[in-house]
Design a protein around this ligand. Structure first.
Ligand code: FES
Length: 512
């Protein structure tokens, strides 16, 4: 099997039964905030796009690059489609002209063929509201000699399905770096922000190592991030100035972490690197010396910013302009969604302030209305300050998901009193009838907490109250606090109270 990195979470996998192009991202995403790092614009995208199969793991813009897919990828390629409850990914691909779909079943091994040969594949589909834009996935490919698990940024809760279906994994490609706006956009003192950033940075790498241990592959390729921020106002987000609170560590940092923890199987792949893998044997070639990127990363980024400045400027030209208040269009967008999502609105529980230029619009979730501010209302418990052109653009484009547009851009500020509110971000990513119905129903389903596990002298429910991660694998106890490393949520073991978000109580008992 020959695996070529095409940048970020993108890979081209060549097998006897044809080639699979995965997550080919090259154009800037999220209001031109994110660019692929290292630069992958020099690759031959027509050649890469001439593939037999296409796999797009999910709809986040650093995985689903509509422009690249439209311009360079063979529309007769068979799409290996994850098994998602809401069919948005398939619809978006159909709009681009793809017409052959191999609809997989979640976590089931399938055989596909091309060129007279066969390979086995399996797509693990994550379907919780917190997983990507309602859906994230990982792809397993096996040609009988080599098994590759391209997990990208998916967070499967159960690795048994992988081992039961494929046995040993030879090469594991996965995310280790941050891909979120927290804590950078929050209005909090800089020292607190830096401490939160440090925790976030370390937790992301710890989670990755936990997955690496569970999968037990011979070779590991850190992938799917970090992006690079080339806009002057966002350049501080790059991990190129020794800031320990930066949540975007690069491949070199993570490979070092692996070595510190005794794992020598880490492989650096940059765009154009080729790994020829035959079971446990791997031969690696790079298109050029990677030191040219990492030895002086700040300079590399500066040159990249100069080179891609016209691309950034052109993207900004596409943002909507306009005048006039936004209350009415936002009312028309949000109120019908509020009316369909009792559980989510109650979970948010407070009015949320959107400060858009000079205008403040209040999403009054308890009352299910969108309105102007009321005198004496004071500071909103949750709030966002967003530039009007971004809001006008998502309204113009009928975007169903503000996470996949505004929030991941990091081009906003936020504040909150109290912990993270999962319901709030779920609401913003479910701005269609179909999505909100699915998400509200998902929260309504009772979660099974009948099984238990023992951790450091405590008996706790086996499945994490957040998204059912196996706490015997992801749970870490320090003092009376349990941390689930899958998303870093924490519980007080004495009371079972979730310290991270409202609700989500944990069943726990001290063993004598
Ligand atoms: S599954 Fe998300 S914190 Fe445990």
């Amino acid at each position: 099997m020959q695996i070529t990195s095409v940048g970020h979470a993108g890979f081209h996998i060549r097998t006897a039964a044809g080639s699979i192009l995965c997550d080919p991202w090259v154009n800037p995403a999220y209001f031109a905030s994110w660019f692929p790092f290292p630069d992958n614009t020099q690759l031959d995208w027509d050649e890469l796009g001439n593939c037999d199969f296409l796999y797009v793991s999910h709809l986040h813009r650093d995985h689903f690059d509509a422009k690249n897919l439209a311009e360079h990828v063979n529309k007769d390629a068979t799409v290996l489609l994850p098994d998602y409850p809401v069919p948005d990914l398939k619809r978006e691909l159909e709009k681009l002209g793809f017409h052959k779909f191999f609809e997989t079943e979640d976590s089931v091994k399938h055989t596909i063929s091309a060129n007279g040969a066969e390979i086995d594949i399996m797509i693990i589909a994550l379907r919780a509201p917190a997983d990507g834009p309602i859906g994230d996935s990982g792809l397993v490919v096996s040609d009988g000699e080599t098994t590759c698990f391209n997990m990208n940024d998916a967070r499967p809760v159960d690795m048994d399905v992988l081992h039961d279906a494929f046995g040993h994994v030879d090469i594991h490609l996965l995310q280790y770096s941050g891909a979120i706006w927290y804590p950078m956009v929050y209005d909090i003192p800089s020292r607190t922000k830096s401490n939160f950033g440090k925790q976030k940075r370390q937790r992301g790498m710890d989670r990755c190592r936990s997955y690496i241990e569970q999968v037990g592959a011979t070779w590991v390729v850190p992938s799917a991030g970090p992006p690079v921020f080339l806009d002057d106002e966002l350049r501080y987000l790059n991990d190129d100035h020794g800031d320990e609170g930066n949540i975007f560590p690069d491949q070199m940092v993570f490979l070092e972490q692996m070595r510190i923890h005794g794992n020598e199987g880490g492989i650096l792949m940059i765009p154009g690197s080729v790994a020829d893998v035959r079971g446990a044997e791997l031969e690696l070639t790079h298109p050029f010396e990677p030191g040219l990127i990492y030895d002086n990363k700040a300079e590399y980024i500066e040159l990249m910013a100069q080179r891609l400045a016209p691309v950034l400027a052109a993207e900004k030209q596409t943002w909507a302009t306009g005048e006039g208040p936004l209350l009415e269009p936002l009312k028309a967008l949000f109120e019908p969604i509020m009316a369909q999502s009792d559980l989510i609105c109650d979970g948010i529980g407070y009015p949320v302030g959107l400060v858009i230029g000079d205008e403040t619009v209040v999403l009054d979730f308890p009352k299910r209305v969108v309105r102007g501010p009321i005198d004496g209302e004071g500071k909103y418990r949750y709030g966002f300050r967003i530039a009007p052109e971004l809001v006008r653009t998502v309204l113009r484009d009928n975007e169903p998901d503000w996470v996949n547009t505004i929030f991941l851009s990091t081009r906003f500020q936020a504040w909150r009193i109290g912990g993270y509110n999962e319901f709030l971000y779920t609401f913003f990513k479910c701005l269609t009838d179909e999505r909100i119905a699915y998400a509200d129903g998902w929260f309504a389903e009772a979660h099974d907490d009948s099984a238990s596990t023992e951790l450091a002298g405590w008996e706790v429910q086996r499945r994490c109250p957040h998204l059912k991660a196996d706490l015997s694998k992801f749970g870490v106890v320090e003092g009376n606090t349990l941390t689930c490393n899958l998303h870093g949520w924490q519980w007080d073991l004495e009371s079972g109270r979730c310290k991270t978000s409202k609700g989500h109580e944990l069943r726990s008992r001290k063993l004598s």
